[in-house]
Design a protein around this ligand. Structure first.
Ligand SMILES: [Mg+2]
Length: 194
């Protein structure tokens, strides 16, 4: 078991965006319902690769995902409950680093800037790597020791490279795993050496 026993120093911690800070799949579900009349419950997304578990036309999901990547602010993705408060507190201490497999860095930067209500962006670091695999070198280069993510496969990859993953619980990461799980942002806060 990879449970975290010692408090985490803020500079050793970094965050994924979608499914951890951004409540992305809520909007996905709303968009496919409103635009395409496809009814799916959040709990039905039991795999990260959702097309394996819900019935959705590939062209539709591609279109919706493109909007999620390019217009996160405009389509109304909200921060996950409690995230803004904890991230704001971290920003008072030092830089906060987000590492996302998204490819459109400026779009997600605008979203983060808006929701953290920041004038000074000096303290925000964001790497949009364009792939899950590319998160690893970025984490290593930045000496990140702990990473909060919602995708199990990514967590196994990081674990092999001695980065301690923290799983943010979602319907798509319910299979048994050895990693520290958090259910909400107050549990992330509990792990930090404030
Ligand atoms: Mg994610």
């Amino acid at each position: 078991m990879n449970k975290i026993m010692n408090p985490i120093q803020p500079h050793e911690l970094a965050f994924d965006v979608d499914g951890v800070f951004a409540d992305t799949f809520k909007v996905f579900i709303r968009m496919i319902r409103d635009k395409y009349n496809i009814n799916v419950k959040y709990e039905d997304i039991t795999e990260y690769d959702f097309w394996n578990v819900i019935e959705i036309d590939e062209a539709i999901s591609r279109k919706v995902l493109q909007d999620i990547l390019d217009k996160p602010l405009q389509i109304g993705i909200k921060p996950i409950d409690g995230s803004v408060e904890i991230l704001t507190r971290l920003l008072e201490i030092g830089p906060v680093h987000f590492i996302t497999a998204r490819n459109n860095q400026s779009a997600i930067m605008d979203w983060i800037k808006h929701h953290l209500d920041l004038d000074n962006l000096e303290y925000i670091k964001i790497d949009a790597t364009g792939s899950h695999l590319e998160k690893l070198p970025v984490l290593l280069e930045n000496n990140i020791k702990y990473f909060v993510d919602d995708r199990l496969e990514t967590c196994y990859m990081l674990d092999k490279a001695s980065i301690t993953p923290i799983i943010f619980e979602q319907p798509w990461n319910q299979t048994e795993h050895p990693f520290q799980t958090v259910h909400d942002w107050s549990e992330i806060s509990d792990l930090i050496a404030w």
